[in-house]
Ligand binder design. Structure first.
Ligand code: UDP
Length: 235
């Protein structure tokens, strides 16, 4: 079994870590995700993970609070998730490093691109925490930015739904799933793959995105081995 990619960014939304609870961290879920990450590293894939924070806090949905403050709270939420993922990975003997975009040296390394690449080359899983370090951005944008910086070949966007649909499949039973899309289609149709900043960054830097569901445990590995699941977004 030969992996299709050498270096990837796996974007996990905060929700993905919450499991059925929808809030906080579900230990069983995070252990399952860690196991899948371990499997792909054992195939020789260099794995960098960007973790969201929506299971605790989202800046844009906080009402009445200063947006910048709310966004910094969101970035801190991603650090909580990153540490939980690091713990789950290290429990199964996967070497990891967390790098934060906002310095907090007692907790993790600061983000240093060259160091991150070095860790990846040594087979360590690098977890990028605290988003881009800037308010008004998202962790999807972080995934696009870091993918460009570390020259990842693809972004694996693990979601609750198994791909991109023309309408919300939870509300419309006739919603149609796309197998392939171009960045410009995503932007023009306003499809909720990533936010537009993140999508544009991928478009400008030609980074393909594969959107798939994490509900089936084997999906990360399937994508890595080149199986056609989910929705493929490229030029
Ligand atoms: N955030 C931010 N700048 C970044 C990344 C994240 O301000 O570069 C904040 C923002 O408030 C966001 C929150 O962190 O709502 C959590 O990230 P996100 O919503 O992307 O998490 P996800 O939806 O993937 O769980």
């Amino acid at each position: 079994m030969r992996p299709k990619y050498k270096r990837i960014i796996l974007k996990l939304s905060g929700e993905a870590l919450a499991g059925e609870k929808g809030f906080g961290i579900d230990q069983t879920t995070i252990e399952l995700i860690a196991k899948q990450i371990k499997e792909i590293t054992e195939l020789g894939v260099q794995v960098a993970v960007v973790v969201g924070g929506g299971n605790f806090w989202r800046g844009r949905s906080s009402k009445g609070m200063d947006r910048t403050t709310a966004d910094y709270m969101g970035m801190l939420a991603t650090v909580i998730n990153s540490l939980a993922l690091q713990d789950a990975l290290e429990n199964i003997n996967v070497l990891t490093r967390v790098q934060t975009a906002i310095e907090m040296r007692q907790i993790a390394e600061p983000y240093i691109r060259r160091k991150a690449i070095r860790h990846l080359e040594k087979g360590r899983v690098v977890i990028f925490a605290a988003g881009t370090g800037n308010p008004y951005f998202s962790t999807d944008t972080t995934a696009s930015l870091r993918a460009a910086e570390i020259e990842a070949e693809v972004i694996l966007l693990a979601k609750k739904v198994d791909g991109v649909y023309d309408s919300d499949p939870m509300e419309n039973p006739n919603a149609k799933k796309f197998e392939k899309l171009t960045y410009i289609e995503v932007l023009n149709r306003g499809l909720k793959v990533m936010d537009s900043t993140a999508t544009s960054l991928c478009m400008d830097n030609k980074i393909p995105i594969i959107v798939f569901s994490l509900r089936e445990p084997e999906n990360i590995k399937k994508v890595i081995l080149g199986e056609n699941i989910g929705t493929y977004v490229k030029e």
